[in-house]
Unconditional design. Sequence first.
Length: 118
Amino acid sequence: MRDYWYLIQYDIANPKRLQRVYRLLKSCAIPLQHSVFAWQGNQHQLAELKRQLTQRINLDEDDIRGYRIRKPIYLFGRNPLPDDLAFDGGPPHRHCPISALQHAPEALWSTPPQSAHT
């Protein structure tokens, strides 16, 4: 079974539930920003993560979203990692300075056609 990268973000209303969700994701995913993580796993692992997250939240008050990350990934602005740190454990990406947004080709922002196999 194939692994995929997911972007997981959350908005949790209660501090106790927030800590539970944060601790769970911190144990199995890469923190990117406040309340945003990159997680890698297959369909079975994703189902288990969903189950664990659902046990930690109030479905009427909290919001957790997951998006499968597709290539290419571009990061603009501040580099999330120190320049002298080599890290190959995250999703493949390309860091671009914020000035690159001014000259970015239109294709960068367009959505590629979906293939039948994705």
